[in-house]
Design a protein around this ligand. Structure first.
Ligand code: GAL
Length: 334
């Protein structure tokens, strides 16, 4: 009777072909097993099983939707801003291109904030020509976190060059600030306060004498910590952090917070943002890009916890793999 179950050779050949095709073709490929940890610098696929293409950006948490949104440069086609959504920071769904750069020659480092006064999402980004000489800030808005974002205008803030940007919204005052790599090809970082609706820059704009790119900001116990990279294009370099009691400065240079950094290159990454993870005490997430010398779509991410020590020092340590259990949930606060 067994012979009835035997496949003729040509059918077995087609079946094998289909299995091979299905396992490699995106439509049939398996979604990756859900992630339960971060693996800095490792392969990171979205829920469709594709490489996450979202560089130099930031993460926000939208409480009403109980969802995290990660924005960044979509360096594949179409070029512009991508958006991914997540419930747990590990597993990300591709929400598509939320801004296509069109005729903008260089579109880099988008940062999104939510403006409650106009109930809209505001994206600031580095707007430039192909030789980085325009050096402007661009701003776009969307009614939905998943776009589309529409460009409103672009400018040199108060006449200053502006390239890499970081953003910080004070959780109490809701005032927003942009730290931007500024004049003489990023010789210094300036900090500018935004208008109440986050749509324009104000004249509250100061040189904070920090050097020089990839600014990320956090605040703990009344102290602002500004983390920056050096200036070496797509090649990673040692980072520096600065502290101040006022976001507009003056800032004091503190040194390199990357501890045990064998390559002296920020664990082979460049900072793009510091995300305060809601719901956990002192949970600061370092977001860095591993550009691999080229700023390509397949560049990886280095996400690590940032420690502010008891005596107020910023430290980043390498973890091959880590998860949010490293932090204390807020509800356990006594
Ligand atoms: C880096 C900068 C990147 C990109 C690159 C171009 O220094 O941080 O965002 O502009 O230079 O070479």
């Amino acid at each position: 009777m067994l012979y009835k179950f035997r496949l003729p050779a040509f059918r077995a050949f087609y079946l094998l072909g289909f299995v091979l095709f299905a396992s490699t073709h995106p439509v049939y490929s398996q979604q990756p097993t859900p992630y339960t940890s971060f693996k800095p610098g490792g392969e990171w696929l979205d829920t469709d099983g594709k490489h996450i293409d979202c560089h130099g950006g930031n993460i926000i948490y939208v409480d009403s939707l109980k969802t995290y949104y990660w924005y960044g440069e979509h360096r594949g086609v179409p070029r512009g801003a991508s958006c991914y959504s997540s419930k747990d920071l590990y597993n990300w769904k591709n929400e598509g291109a939320v801004l296509e750069k069109g005729t903008i020659e260089t579109f880099e480092r988008p940062k999104v904030v939510y403006d409650a006064t106009k109930d809209q999402y505001v994206m600031w980004f580095h707007f430039d020509g192909n030789r980085y000489t325009l050096a402007e800030l661009g701003v776009a808005v969307s009614k939905s976190p998943t776009g589309p974002f529409v460009v409103q205008h672009h400018e040199r803030p108060n006449g200053h060059e502006s390239r890499d940007i970081g953003m910080y919204v004070d959780p109490e005052t809701k005032k927003a600030y942009i730290g931007y790599a500024a004049d003489h090809t990023n010789r210094t970082i300036r900090m500018v306060e935004l208008s109440g609706d986050y749509l324009s820059t104000t004249t509250n704009d100061v040189d904070i004498e920090a050097h020089c790119e990839g600014p990320g900001i956090l605040k703990k116990k009344g102290t602002y910590y500004l983390l920056t990279s050096g200036c070496s294009g797509w090649t990673p370099n040692p980072a520096t952090y600065y502290t101040a009691t006022n976001i507009l400065g003056p800032y004091t240079k503190q040194g390199n917070p990357f501890v045990g950094d064998a390559g002296n290159n920020s664990f082979n990454s460049q900072p793009c943002y510091i995300f305060k993870i809601p719901g956990y005490r002192d949970a600061y997430l370092y977001m860095g890009d591993r550009w691999n010398g080229g700023g390509r779509p397949d560049s990886q991410y280095v996400f690590l916890p940032i420690t502010i020590t008891e005596d107020g020092k910023m430290e980043l340590h390498w973890y091959k793999e880590w998860d949010l259990s490293m932090f204390t949930p807020e509800r356990e606060k006594r």
